[in-house]
Design a protein around this ligand. Sequence first.
Ligand code: HEM
Length: 464
Amino acid sequence: MYEIILAGQRLIVLGKADLIENMNIPSSTKTNYPNRWPNTEGFVEYGFDGVGVGFNNVHKSWNYNRQFFSQALMTPSFNYQAIEWTNELWNEMESYWNNLGEDYELDLIKWMRRFANEMIFRISTGVKNDALASYYNKITLENNNINPLNEFVESLETYIEGILYFFAFSKFIRHYLPFIRGKVKKLLKNKDYLFNKLYTIVKERRNEIEKTPLDQPLRHDMLTSYITANTPRDINIMKHADADLLRPMTDKEIFGNILDAMIGGTDTTSNLFCFIVYHLEHYPEVKLRLRQEFDRILGNDLTRPITFKDLDELVYCDAVIKEVYRHTPIVFFLGRVNAQNDNVGGYNWPEGTQFQILISVLMKHKDYWTEPEKFDPDRFYKVEESDKYFLEKKKMKNTFQMFGGGIRICPGRKLAMIELKCLLILVYRKYDIELVDKNSPLKYKRDFFNLCKELAVKVKPRKF
Ligand code: HEM
């Protein structure tokens, strides 16, 4: 446990499981840690005040938005839809890769960011934004203005990159320090552009729905379910004890949830996919076992679409994803703020203390993990009394928090695992991925998240 002062804010950093035991209670009435960050003026300036879920500290408003967010992503029909779209989008990406040829050097992170963005855009708005097509056009043609949504995708990328400036720098630094001042100005201009576009998407869809006769079905996407929630068109009848949760959502609330889905669903899955590829190419014995699992499930069929049942059977794949995350987490710390005084680590902390749980440390601590530096997915694979990881598997609740925990646990966790598993099986059943520079360390930067800077690969037909 130690403290740091960042932009005038005091942060208490925690790196042991016993210190965080009561920080992830999954009940919103019982937890003393309902929020992740305080409402800093930086976050307010960047547009996070009281909207969406991720940065929303107004409990009633968070609760209201979160119920719709989780409902949209956790229903079984949604899983099938997500798998279908992942299959479809992979077919598209595969055709671009084939056109480029097996000797073409792909920067995998650039492709994956576009892939994840197009998936989450479609899931949240129902519209295909052609992020992949426009990237393909950008690298193959002079003219990259094929789709105006290209600008939107880049604007979202810039917005996400900018979060750190509004988290780590005080108002004075942001607005008066040379260089930073210029960057912040651009970020705010970009924010206005992005917010405008998102509001327009919400308004246009609302108009479309209003013009659709009641007896005609609407398409399934997050945006439609938000606009129709608690209206006569609502397809999800929800039972609530709390009457406050029964009103329709406003445009501002819908905008906040859509923005959060895009922030949460773009950099996480895309970066993790690259980290997985990097590890598989360095641990051939793990790749071999993974492929044996894929082949067992699919047989010799290299073309059939992946189904939900296939994904359910991918237990070794699940373990590989978790072990890669333990070594290279995307979200490496979790923020927590206490609503009332609390005793943590033998000290009394006043209400509103800002804690940071360093999950990157917890996931590598020698007290919790056998040979913590060793890359071995078996530590997450099937619990058997005879295996050497038996005890650490039993204790993982507070030591392995890939998706966080408690009431703020990631609502996109199911979608993330679907996308990752589906894409891994689709790629590796048919192709070999070669790292252009196998000796290079993984190139990533530690921003607000751990982000892959570049991963140059060549994709070749699989050698059987
Ligand atoms: C591999 C992929 C992903 C990882 C590793 C990940 C990880 C996390 C973590 C660690 C948190 C913080 C939880 C806490 O504080 O306890 C979080 C929150 C969140 N994630 Fe994810 N996430 C992933 C994918 C997604 C996707 C695909 C979406 C959207 C569809 C999403 C949306 C969110 C949102 C909205 C929150 C804030 C929840 C709240 O405050 O109530 N995430 N995620």
